[in-house]
Design a protein around this ligand. Structure first.
Ligand code: HSE
Length: 433
């Protein structure tokens, strides 16, 4: 099997190094001779001396995707537009694809997978989501016989690192983001991470694999961690929760909600144990019950591990090719339902509320009156000692709808008085997380 590589940045160079280091293992696992014949990169000098003998290095991506000698294109550029053009052209030229480009697949996956399925070409992408965790293979293969009801995870290492640093080390938000960049797991533009968009890309892919729906980023609501304040993390801790950026695809009453947002997760949950830049994913199915997967979500060697696993899988699948069997998202084309990702979330869940109140008689009564009028039941109530005439009141409600919350917020603002913030977070109450 002959490979061509697009890109020679961190992921691509780590993949080439891992291939050179573990070449004999790759051979032993496939029985095939796997060779790199061409690399195309904007910085050919970076690749010089770091590719196997006989592998040519150039700067024109078309020389890879148009080369009839190449069977598989490893698209590792991280560039969405170039990636799209290159992948579509490579598939049209009969090549299989291995990619780690989550943004490419979240934005153009529908077009790419449709073309690939029609052309009977494989597009493998274990390296696109939570690299050390084999979640793509788990959903496509290991859990394939299950009616899945939820996939809930921490899918962005940068956000988890930033939140952990803020909560455990009392770091400022900006300092923690700068550290994530220095450590190399933030995206080139860290706004992609902290806005929740990177996690939205990943959960859009996992929802397609788990539930057989088209990849549709527009149906994924996402909110990032920019506005998370340390005061809410501290209050959350006092009542037994942590603030985490949670990506969820949850099937409820036949409708699917896919969302990314900061949430409170209970201290004793598996997700609360996912700290620093690590990722964790809980899946729930009618047969398997719940399973929790944990590992690094970023890193050169970790991504190389996933990319080379796909290369090995391709070698094993294509040595005895079976026409008409390709179904890149696990579901056959005819099994993909156009269904409805529900938007916004309608499922009831508990909420955390924090109100800053003037420290005077009757304020608490006004707030509890709003809660009572809105028929909202309280599970936890905590008020801090007043400081400079003001006090924070924290409430954790029983499960309620987002619609009811939206009606209640202006009433709480009015009760709290002008200029007083009302901060809210949903609380994760998904079993098995
Ligand atoms: N920027 C991503 C993260 C890297 O922080 O998780 C892996 O996708």
């Amino acid at each position: 099997m002959r490979l061509g590589m697009l890109g020679f940045g961190n992921v691509a160079s780590a993949t080439m190094k891992a291939f050179l280091d573990n070449h004999h293992l790759v051979r032993a696992k496939t029985g095939a001779e796997i060779r790199f014949v061409r690399v195309a990169t904007r910085t050919p000098q970076r690749a010089a001396g770091r590719v196997p003998d006989g592998c040519e290095i150039g700067d024109n991506w078309r020389s890879v995707v148009d080369d009839p000698a190449i069977d598989v294109v490893l698209e590792l550029t991280g560039d969405v537009e170039l990636g799209r053009e290159a992948v579509l052209r490579a598939i049209a030229n009969g090549k299989h694809i291995v990619t780690a480009n989550k943004a490419l697949l979240a934005l153009h996956g529908d077009e790419i997978f449709r073309l690939a399925d029609e052309a009977d070409r494989h597009v493998l992408f274990e390296g696109a989501v939570a690299v050390s965790i084999p979640i793509v293979k788990t959903l496509k293969e290991s859990a394939a016989a299950n009616r899945l009801s939820s996939v809930v995870g921490i899918l962005n290492g940068t956000c988890n690192y930033v939140l952990s640093q803020m909560s455990e080390e009392c770091k400022e938000f900006a300092t923690a983001v700068a550290q994530a960049q220095e450590r190399g797991f933030a995206e080139a533009d860290p706004l992609l991470d902290i806005s929740g968009e990177d996690a939205a890309h990943k959960i859009a892919l996992l929802a397609a694999l788990a539930f057989g729906v088209p990849i549709d980023l527009r149906s994924v609501t996402f909110k990032g961690i920019q506005d998370v304040e340390r005061i809410d993390m501290a209050f959350a801790k006092r009542v037994g929760y942590q603030v985490k950026l949670i990506a969820r695809a949850v099937l409820d009453d036949g409708a699917l909600s896919v969302a990314v947002e900061p949430m409170l997760v209970p201290d004793g949950s598996m997700l609360a144990q996912v700290r620093g830049s690590m990722n964790g994913i809980a899946i729930r199915g009618d047969l398997l019950g719940t399973a929790f997967l944990y590992g690094s979500g970023a890193g050169g060697p970790q991504t190389a591990s996933a990319v080379l696993a796909d290369v090995i899988e391709l070698a094993n699948r294509t040595i005895v090719p079976a026409a008409g069997t390709t179904h890149n998202l696990g579901f056959k084309r005819s099994g993909i339902s156009p269904t409805a990702i529900r938007f916004p979330e309608q499922r009831e869940r508990p909420f955390y509320l924090r109100l800053r109140l003037d420290d005077r008689a009757g304020m608490l009564a006004q707030v509890t009156k709003v809660l009572a009028d809105c028929n909202v039941s309280v599970s936890v109530l905590l008020q801090d000692e007043a400081h400079e005439g003001q006090a924070d009141l924290v409430v954790i409600t029983h499960a309620m709808s987002s619609a009811r919350l939206a009606t209640m917020i202006p009433l709480l603002r009015e009760a709290a008085g002008a200029g007083h913030a009302v901060v809210t977070y949903p609380v994760l109450d998904e079993p098995g997380c």
